[in-house]
Design a protein around this ligand. Structure first.
Ligand SMILES: NC(=O)c1ccc[n+]([C@@H]2O[C@H](COP(=O)([O-])OP(=O)(O)OC[C@H]3O[C@@H](n4cnc5c(N)ncnc54)[C@H](O)[C@@H]3O)[C@@H](O)[C@H]2O)c1
Length: 401
């Protein structure tokens, strides 16, 4: 096969995912012919029908216009990948049950594609990976007789806002040779002129550091929260007062459940990379993952829970998102299930048959915990006598008697 035989500019492996699909939509809108390949049949069906499988700001319109323009195709058939000049791989890369990085996800994804990979193609790894993975993938391909050019370009967008952030954020790119570097520079110049070049292992580490930094920042504030609230003090009043016209605290986030599909697992990948000497990372994990239990303890101090119904407002891992992956609201529910008579959970965006309506929670709960700071919760009317724990300080309600 020669490069003239490539009928797609780009093929996205894992292209129906939270990162893969926005990426595919954006490049398809830049005069590129894009193939989305994914093993999730229902997601592929939805995308083909013009329906986004999850919420992403601005994506519905872009999907519709790409489909109408014929610049986007979507399939579960890996053979179509043989027709793509550049392959961008963006499958999930979780840590295992021992919180260690797993090297399986990418080879597993590539295994099915193997018969359709070509020496002439460029493979862009865009998943977040343990440092050294790109080199291992390159060797894995060479061992199978393939000289496909391997590159690594980490994804740093905030889920839900990818389309906007793609053109706002510089792109870190890396490759093992000139051919790969040229190809990824050209690819990401479709989105931005701000390109940062690093060797692959440094680019892999850069991405882990980025997420671990955020995770530690959230943990620091969460620990401040537990210290203040543990002494019966109002942490949010302290925070607002301390930050008021004080520039050195300007970037300090508020407290809240720090979770989701990336921050925790990437911090654990970095811990493994440091031979488990990353004490700050492990401490951050203990603080962030311990917050639901702290919140339940606070609630239990306000009222004995054994005969009470507790409501959780918000199950997504962050505000205005429909993504419940690794959300601490679910951990909160587990802790509450052990202590309360009944736990009722609600979320305006998350699709989960175990959830109930907001009205039911407000009508039946004796106590309420805010799990996710969705905007919809800002002006709630909460019945007098209902105990409330609002770590996020999102509720703007008249305090009950
Ligand atoms: N979600 C985020 O905000 C975010 C941000 C930056 C980086 N990342 C990184 O991006 C990567 C993907 O994350 P995500 O949130 O998009 O995950 P995701 O689960 O939403 O998407 C992964 C997609 O890959 C598909 N897939 C799985 N195995 C496959 C295979 N063998 N062949 C083809 N498709 C396959 C899945 O069906 C799914 O659609 C992870 O490494 C993550 O750490 C995520």
């Amino acid at each position: 096969m020669t490069s003239q035989d490539f009928s797609f500019d780009i093929g996205v492996i894992g292209g129906c995912g939270h990162v893969g699909l926005p990426f595919a939509l954006l490049v398809a809108s830049k005069q590129q012919k894009v193939l989305v390949y994914d093993i999730n049949e229902s997601a592929v069906r939805q995308v083909r029908a013009g329906k986004m499988p999850f919420f992403e700001e601005g994506a519905d319109a872009l999907l519709a216009s790409n489909l109408a323009a014929g610049s986007l195709d979507c399939t579960t058939d890996p053979s179509a990948l043989a027709k793509c000049r550049i392959l961008v791989l963006i499958v999930g890369t979780p840590v295992d049950e021992h919180l260690n990085p797993s090297f399986d996800a990418i080879p597993r994804a590539l295994e099915r594609c193997l018969p359709y990979l070509r020496d002439e193609q460029i493979l862009v790894l865009r998943s977040t990976v343990y440092p050294g993975t790109s080199s291992k993938v390159r060797q894995w391909l060479l061992d199978r007789g393939l000289k496909t050019c391997v590159t690594f370009c980490p994804e740093r967008v905030a889920e839900g806002h990818s389309l906007r952030e793609f053109s706002e954020l510089p792109q870190i790119v890396s490759a093992f040779d000139e051919r790969g570097l040229r190809a990824v520079q050209d690819l990401f110049r479709l989105m931005t002129d701000e390109i940062v070049v690093m060797p692959p292992k440094e680019a892999e580490l850069a991405k882990l550091l980025t997420n671990a930094w955020r995770y530690i920042q959230f943990a620091t504030v969460n620990q401040f929260y537990t210290i203040a609230e543990g002494h019966g003090l109002d942490f949010n009043r302290i925070l607002q007062g301390s930050k008021y016209k004080y520039p050195r605290l300007a970037g300090m986030p508020g407290p809240g459940f720090a979770a989701g599909p990336c921050l925790f697992k990437d911090t654990m990948q970095l811990a493994a990379f440091s031979q488990n000497q990353f004490f700050l990372g492990h401490a951050a994990m203990l603080v962030n993952e311990g917050l639901p239990a702290f919140v339940v303890e606070r609630l239990a101090q306000k009222m004995p829970l054994a005969d009470k119904t507790v409501g959780i407002l918000g199950m997504a891992f962050k505000a205005e998102s429909d993504d419940p992956r690794s959300s601490l609201s679910y951990k909160l529910r587990k802790v509450l299930n052990l202590q309360a008579r009944r736990t009722l959970c609600t979320d305006p965006f998350v699709q989960d048959p175990s959830l109930v309506t907001l009205e039911q929670v407000l009508a039946e709960a004796d106590a309420i915990v805010v799990g996710t700071p969705h905007k919809a919760y800002r002006d709630l009317k909460i019945r007098p006598g209902v105990a409330v724990v609002d770590v996020w300080n999102v509720l703007d309600y008249t305090s009950p008697a």
